[in-house]
Design a protein around this ligand. Structure first.
Ligand code: BGC
Length: 748
């Protein structure tokens, strides 16, 4: 196929100019392709052939043109590992070699606050996608965490747009340096799963530009993303996948994006709008039509589009622009370019999974119990369903056919070897708990009622599992409880959101399956208990945390996660993860619930506007349990000598960080900007820079973080443009949004 393509190019006398083969770290020129080549190919194509490039030809391919040697484009999920092979259909194929590296999920990556890990994370995915013959990887997921209840928060990065962008840029570059297009998703404001195909997000332009767009802008302008995925939802009345303002004005206009807007699977709803308002490839439409009998020529951007062009209703130049973008993407990627071989399931990929897990796990409470000393423990009780549960192949489209997955129990057993007797009890099991739905009202309740079919499944916690666990805890020297959220829906009716998964939201943050009661009982019989929770968000903590000596939040830490958890609990690794979202006690504390709406039905009003996450909690001085950016270490750090120096519009922030404890460790220096006298409402602080430093005991480092004009600007709510006002700005430096250690003001 590729040979034929090259023959065609040679026949029209054009050479393929910018095919860097197999280069590493060559982001600067990797995406350069010859526009002449693109134009000459376009000139050879009939309307039918052009149309074939802009819609799906199977579940995960879009069409090619055999006559011209233009291949199909091959897509694959997902954001933290390459998904199962589907062939041309919708079901994972049996008996194929598709085992892959299962990386910690997106929110784990963000919790590392380590941009270098973002790059190598993308590099792993790029290599594995290439080895599997893919051209476009459908990630990273960069929607803002607006509510802790969103079922896909585990795939996303943060409540903060700056952290989201900073981590995603490395990911995109690492991936694309392997010749695989990133497809950051879902553009934009796809912040609830409830009714995701139809929900209309009512949001101000200011909130779009300050909160929901910056991550996408960063992956386009700094990461150079070659494609972007539209979302399912509408924004202010128009579907995002063919949204005139989002795609034509902002993405392709202001940000000069020259790549491809891929629809989410079945997010195109209208041929005319898709032609005019920026959708370049339509995927997945049969998912809502006839799943078992797809007719690709009936896609909105197939026969109906062809007829609109032929009738003259819409000019062919709209199709030509899409085709140019698709060809550009093909020339950039493995589709039409040789980027060398990929690799899969190699030890260095597993090492990246381990490194991200080690730095992404967050230690939130420790009164001295951790790290555990093997010499003090003869019998260790590991309790909890999640200590042995596998997570890779769950959660929706982001599922990964992991080569292996080390569970926490295995990680602990491997680490302690024969030194300690490890006893295990499951303690609780997943079940459908009707009481979870007792205190919900409004939209969530009606959704719940509509979908509830199997109420007879309702049970209460398994008392014998619980008693067995408590008895074990009582006789052990220490207990590690491993629980939290799960992916997947065994025993639960479809649509009942008590877990982290696509297409549903959680109903509240109550610890599911009777775990709260179990933790309290365990704490009562054995105070040497460390709680490790998994999940894409927090849980309600007020009823068990005060009596719990140590709490570690592990998210879904990937194939090496069990090992990393054990290493942190026993002090072989010093924790350095920091929360990328605020942990408040109840979902009702979050501004999306207390000020705005969540989830909406039909429409959802983002009344909290720009006050998402800590922007709200800190500005309004609301109580939180653990603030944004927070995470403990086994050592201590001191911040000193803050200096600010001006260079034109830029400000250089410098400070010294010293490891004042007895262990090597890493600290994240977080720089927040506070505008002292703004003419519009602004949050009390916004994250505008950060850096992670690794320090030996007693060592110091001078950290420099540059802030440019964007760090001081806001999006003017009436003039619809970015404004940097002169005035006095306070620079706040700390290690969480509520632990500011140094401040200094500057006039700009
Ligand atoms: C999801 C996307 C995913 C796509 C393909 C959609 O339902 O929202 O994130 O990439 O399916 O599986």
């Amino acid at each position: 196929m590729k040979n034929l393509f090259i023959l065609v190019i040679l026949a029209v006398g054009i050479s393929l100019t910018a095919c860097n083969t197999g280069q590493q770290n060559a982001t600067s020129n990797l995406g350069e392709v010859s526009e002449v080549t693109i134009d000459s190919l376009l000139a050879l194509m009939t309307l039918d052939e052009k149309i074939s490039l802009i819609h799906a030809s199977s579940s995960f391919t879009s069409g090619g043109v055999e006559r011209l040697g233009i291949p199909e484009l091959v897509f694959s999920d997902g954001p933290h590992g390459v998904r199962h092979e589907h062939g041309r259909g919708w079901f994972a194929l049996d008996g194929v070699d598709d085992r892959s590296t299962y990386l910690p999920v997106g929110i784990s990556l963000a919790s590392t606050w380590n941009k270098d890990l973002g790059y190598i994370y993308g590099e792993v995915l790029g290599n594995e996608a290439k080895e599997r013959g893919k051209d476009v990887l459908l990630g990273p997921g960069i929607n803002i965490i607006r509510s802790p209840l969103n079922g896909r928060n585990f795939e996303y990065l943060s409540e903060d747009p700056f952290l989201t962008g900073a981590m995603a840029v490395g990911y995109v570059r690492g991936l694309q340096d392997q010749g695989i297009a990133a497809c950051p998703k879902h553009y934009a404001a796809n912040n609830q799963e409830t009714d995701r195909h139809n929900i209309d997000v009512i949001v101000s332009r200011r909130a779009l530009h300050e909160i929901y767009f910056p991550g996408f802008r960063a992956v386009v302008q700094d990461g150079g993303a070659w494609s972007i995925m539209g979302a399912y939802n509408k924004i202010n009345g128009q579907y995002t996948t063919h949204h005139e303002y989002l795609n034509n004005v902002v993405l392709k206009g202001d940000w000069e994006f020259d790549g491809v807007v891929v629809s989410d699977w079945a997010s195109v709803k209208d041929t005319r709008e898709a032609l005019l308002f920026g959708t370049d490839i339509e995927m997945g439409t049969e998912l809502v039509r006839d799943f078992n009998n797809p007719v690709y020529d009936e896609f909105y951007l197939a026969r109906p589009a062809r007829e609109m062009i032929e009738s003259g209703e819409i000019d062919v130049s709209y199709v030509d622009d899409k085709v140019r973008r698709v060809l550009r993407l093909m020339l950039r990627t493995t589709a039409m370019n040789d980027h060398g071989p990929g690799k899969r399931n190699v030890p260095e990929h597993q090492q990246v999974a381990l490194d991200v897990a080690r730095e992404g796990i967050v230690l939130l409470k420790n009164d001295g119990l951790l790290p555990l000393e093997t010499s003090n423990i003869q019998t260790l009780a590991v309790i909890g369903h999640n200590a042995t549960r596998l997570f890779a192949e769950r959660g929706g489209s982001s599922q990964v056919p992991a080569l292996y997955e080390i569970t926490p129990l295995e990680g602990i057993q491997n680490l302690v070897g024969n030194d300690i007797e490890v006893v295990y009890a499951e303690g609780y099991e997943p079940y459908y708990d009707q009481s979870l739905f007792a205190d919900i009202s409004g939209a969530a309740a009606s959704q719940s009622r509509e979908n509830r079919r199997d109420v007879e499944l309702a049970r209460t916690a398994n008392q014998s599992l619980k008693q067995e666990a408590i008895a074990l805890a009582e006789r052990a020297d220490a207990v590690i409880f491993v629980g939290g959220w799960i992916h997947g829906h065994e025993g639960m009716p479809w649509g009942e959101g008590t877990y982290d998964a696509e297409a549903r939201d959680k109903l509240n943050l109550k610890l599911i399956f009777g775990q709260e009661e179990l933790i309290r009982e365990i704490n009562r019989v054995n105070p040497n208990t460390a709680v490790v929770l998994m999940g894409g968000s927090n849980v309600e903590m007020n009823n068990w945390l005060p009596d719990t000596r140590a709490y570690v939040h592990a998210w879904y830490p990937g194939m090496e996660g069990g090992r990393a958890i054990a290493e942190i609990l026993f002090g072989e690794v010093n924790p350095s993860g920091k929360l990328p979202m605020t942990f408040a006690n109840s979902h009702l504390d979050y501004p999306s619930h207390s000020v705005g709406e969540f989830p909406g039905r039909n429409t959802v009003a983002y009344t909290e506007d720009i006050y998402v996450g800590y922007r709200y909690f800190d500005t309004h001085d609301k109580e939180v349990v653990f603030p944004f950016g927070f995470g403990l270490s086994y050592t201590t750090f001191d911040f000193s000598d803050l200096t600010l120096s001006k260079d034109g519009d830029k400000v250089l922030v410098q400070c010294t960080v010293t490891n004042t404890g007895a262990r090597a460790g890493a600290e994240v220096v977080q720089v927040y900007v506070h505008h002292k006298n703004p003419s519009v409402d602004r949050p009390v602080r916004e994250l505008k820079g950060f850096d992670k430093v690794h320090l030996e005991p007693g060592a110091s480092a001078r950290v420099s973080i540059e802030l440019d004009a964007s760090a001081f600007s806001y999006f003017h709510p009436e003039e619809f443009r970015w404004v940097m006002e002169s005035g006095s700005y306070e620079i706040q430096v700390g290690n969480s949004s509520r632990d500011i250690h140094l401040t200094s003001a500057i006039e700009l």
